[in-house]
Design a binder for this molecule. Sequence first.
Ligand code: RIB
Ligand code: CA
Length: 313
Amino acid sequence: MTTTASGRPRIILDCDPGVDDAMAMIAAARWADLVAITTVAGNVPLKHTTANACRLRELLDLDVEVHAGADQPLIGLQGFARHVHGETGLGDVALPEPKRGPDSDRAVEFLVEATRAEEGLHLVPVGPLTNVALALRADPGLANRVASLTLMGGSAQGVGNVTAAAEFNVWADPEAADEVFRSGAPLTMLGLNLTHQVRMGQVHADECRALDTPVAEAMAGLLEFYAVFHLAAEEVADGPIHDPCAVLAVTHPDLFQMEDRPVHVELSGTQTRGMTLVDERGPQADTPTNCRVAYSVASGAVIDLIMQAVREA
Ligand code: RIB
Ligand code: CA
């Protein structure tokens, strides 16, 4: 595993900002050595996810490249999550227009080149897996060069959010997810079964507002927007903080309990397309384990790390 002198794991964050993607950037800026950001269409169209990544890069005063990637799934119709993340992806948080735009529209090529230039990087996708699948098509050896491919997506125990069976990141591009899960890469899956255990809301937003800094103000707005949606959708005021879990599973792995499992992506089920089918029997003769699946987490410690990242940004 590649770490810097500070001992922080070096990560590339592939994301679709996105309210919780923004929180993942805040966490990565504090706890990881964030090498670069690649963007993909997902919660909102690519132009917005990319602009948001550039806005957040400036909010966090990060000197990292942002490379835009795929603007649609490998095949099939495209679906967004504007109802969750707002029309342009960051709720109603208005960040200044970025002075610096994306460094390229070649995220796929960047992922191949960056992992060739430096073995042992952690690739942390927290959006649809289109960029990652295309990079693996371009260079299957990427699977053997990364220290981990730690993704927020899917779910164990049949939990879905877009449908009864499918989680958004996998639902948005099931073919890409299938290629990633069959790639032989060192996969770790932080699915909904895990991320629903990490919930934040108005109490944390109030704590952020009291800090009176630009990052804390943005975090408060993101949390409040997210809480309104989840209160309406789930009648629970605290929202699940999905994407930071993938970052913190790399930087603080001891906070997560994982099991090795065979995981398959369903592509053709009329009710289950986009489902990550986790074989709880464990490895079988014809289906070896291909993924570490997260089942439980020290959620209080994870939330504390997220809040510390906000405080220290
Ligand atoms: O299902 C949750 C995932 O979908 C998160 O990554 C969120 O940002 C959305 O992309
Ligand atoms: Ca996301």
